[in-house]
Design a protein around this ligand. Structure first.
Ligand SMILES: *Cc1c(COP(=O)(O)O)cnc(C)c1O
Length: 286
């Protein structure tokens, strides 16, 4: 794997304000953004130390795609568990899912009744050659890769950073590795209470992590006209962002902050084709 490190910085002017973007999206097309940082410790693991990786979550997941690619490169088996998938046609045409299968991912559907128990039993009697990556890459090993990112950031002169949250792993370990920096994030899956709960499962929440509030309640992975608007605005400035996480944070940064910010691009643009098709299907254009 040829990885573009340290990732570069792009400056943009958005609504009359300067923003700086750390281009983690350019590290690798499939191992991009925070998934690259979160999987860093595994990427650095010698091939022969593992035989298989197990993970679980949704079929649109960016983490799923990155793990599939990593395992493909390493020659590790990859088994991915999901709840039963209903809208088969829609899922089969999903960019991330299709690509992950091409990378050799073995997909297993677990019935709704059994799912929770099944997932919590994945680590029982695990052999030393199997590694379990929790949903979205929320593993404590993620800290190592985020420390590498933090070291790249320390070389720069920014004191405020921004990164959107799903599990919150990225924002959390960025904040713990850079205690003098302010790290802005926003919950994109569930609300603030849910995010805090996810964070606390990994580590105590540091005081320099600032959780912004979305102006309205957004449901994860649903199309919103204001998301598409900010996506196009940013694209027009030369940088493509994902449509699931980035729009909400950009909107909040514009409304709720006023200092110079280094936005850590969290990748995930591979899934945009599928999301853009859903916007079109819903008749949402800008
Ligand atoms: C996975 C992902 C996130 C969320 O990262 P967490 O570490 O789970 O908070 C944010 N942005 C993009 C584009 C992602 O793919």
């Amino acid at each position: 794997m040829k990885l573009e490190l340290p990732s570069s910085i792009t400056k943009i002017e958005l609504d009359g304000r300067d923003f700086y973007i750390k281009r983690d999206d350019l590290v690798d097309p499939y191992l991009s953004g925070n998934k690259f940082r979160k999987l860093y410790a595994l990427i650095k693991t010698p091939k022969q130390n593992l035989k298989r990786v197990i993970s679980y979550g949704g079929t649109q997941s960016n983490a799923m795609l990155s793990i599939a690619y990593m395992c493909h490169k390493k020659g590790w088996e990859f088994t991915y568990y999901t709840k039963p998938i209903s809208k088969t046609q829609e899922i089969l045409s999903d960019g991330n899912y299709k690509k992950a299968l091409e990378f050799g991912m073995k997909h297993i559907q677990v019935s709704l009744d059994e799912y929770k128990e099944y997932i919590s039993s994945l680590r029982f009697n695990l052999d030393p050659f199997t590694f379990v990556v929790d949903q979205g890459g929320a593993i404590k090993e993620a800290k190592e890769g985020l420390k590498v990112l933090a070291d790249e950031i320390k070389e720069l002169s920014f004191s405020s950073l921004a990164s959107p949250s799903g599990t919150g792993t990225t924002a959390l370990f960025l904040a713990t590795s850079l205690p003098k920096h302010k790290v802005y994030t926003i919950p994109c899956i569930g609300d603030e209470a849910y995010l805090r709960q996810e964070l606390e499962a990994l580590s105590p929440i540091p005081p320099n992590l600032s959780i912004l509030k979305p102006k309205k309640k957004y449901h994860f992975a649903k199309p919103y006209v204001e998301f598409l608007e900010i996506y196009h605005k940013l694209l027009g400035l030369g940088v493509e962002f994902d449509l699931l996480y980035a729009p909400s944070l950009w909107l909040a940064l514009l409304e709720q902050t006023d200092e110079d910010i280094l936005y850590i691009h969290s990748g995930g643009v591979y899934g945009n084709t599928t999301m853009l098709a859903r916007y079109t299907k819903k008749g949402i254009y800008v």
